[in-house]
Design a protein around this ligand. Structure first.
Ligand SMILES: Nc1ncnc2c1ncn2[C@@H]1O[C@H](COP(=O)(O)OP(=O)(O)OP(=O)(O)O)[C@@H](O)[C@H]1O
Ligand SMILES: O=P(O)(O)OC[C@H]1O[C@H](OP(=O)(O)OP(=O)(O)O)[C@H](O)[C@@H]1O
Length: 235
């Protein structure tokens, strides 16, 4: 059977994914121009190449509808119910590096750590009779991290984008989001908590333990893995 292999269809990860595969000797050619969602890859054998959003790729690897793909580790960790079994990272690719972080308004002078945040949450609840609201796209990562830090005085608000604006617009008090240069946080008057780095992410080639593997699809992935020099990975 064919190996289903996905790379991001747009955004910062797309070009670099194509360049990385091309550099290994597996050039990707897009069908229908820049905006087409179909592509071909040369040299890997029987491969169905898919162009999807980074989030869809992570979901497809976890549910087994894709064999392998390039996506952000942040998305894999957030979408996987069990990161230990739902995907396997074959190779970290050295681009798309960014941190998932907890940030609060710079004006909160007495909140610099997760413990401070819990104390502020308790005080806030007493004063305003409601919990602090945390805006994020990273629902699972946030819940896990807050529980690990023993922070319970909060409520999640799912963000559809522009998360850093939430405290200023009043739709939330705290945010969990991804940052690389820190410029967006700064522009929105936010600071990262000292122990508030949840995950250091980068773009990765990952495979799905849940996909229907066959000799053919394993052989195609093995060709790619051998070329990377990562050694054959057992499916
Ligand atoms: N500022 C950043 N610097 C570096 N890598 C980033 C940054 N923001 C996101 N990424 C990485 O790129 C991945 C995809 O993010 P991107 O915003 O390009 O796509 P998306 O979230 O699928 O797009 P959209 O928001 O349009 O749905 C993220 O999950 C993360 O791994
Ligand atoms: O730390 P920074 O370098 O400021 O990057 C952070 C921003 O990048 C991502 O958004 P998106 O992909 O929409 O952002 P962009 O258009 O700012 O690259 C992320 O959701 C942040 O908003």
């Amino acid at each position: 059977m064919t190996l289903s292999l996905a790379i991001p269809s747009k955004g910062r990860l797309k070009e670099k994914s194509e360049a990385w595969l091309g550099g290994l000797g597996f050039p990707v050619s897009q069908i229908g121009g820049e905006r087409g969602y179909q592509a071909e890859i040369a040299g890997l054998g029987d491969v169905e190449m898919r162009l999807l959003s980074a989030r869809e790729i992570a979901q497809g690897l976890i549910d087994g509808s894709l064999h392998a793909g390039i996506t952000g580790e942040d998305l894999l960790h957030d979408l996987a119910p069990d990161a230990g079994v739902d995907f396997r990272v074959i190779e970290r690719l050295g681009f798309g590096g960014a941190d998932v972080i907890v940030a609060v308004p710079q004006a909160w002078l007495d909140v610099d750590t997760m413990a401070d945040l819990e104390a502020a949450g308790a005080a806030f609840r007493k004063l305003h009779h409601r919990r602090l609201r945390v805006a994020t796209k990273y629902m699972r990562l946030t819940r896990r991290f807050f529980a690990a830090k023993s922070v319970g005085e909060y409520r999640l608000v799912e963000s559809a984008g522009a998360t850093e604006a939430a405290p200023a617009t009043g739709s939330a008090d705290v945010i969990v989001d991804i940052t690389s240069t820190g410029a967006t946080l700064k522009a929105n008057g936010l600071k990262i908590l000292q122990d508030g780095v949840i995950l250091k992410s980068e773009a990765s080639l990952a495979m799905s333990p849940n996909a229907p593997w066959t000799d053919g699809s394993e052989a195609s992935l093995a060709r790619l893995v051998d070329r990377i020099g990562a050694g054959a990975k057992k499916v």
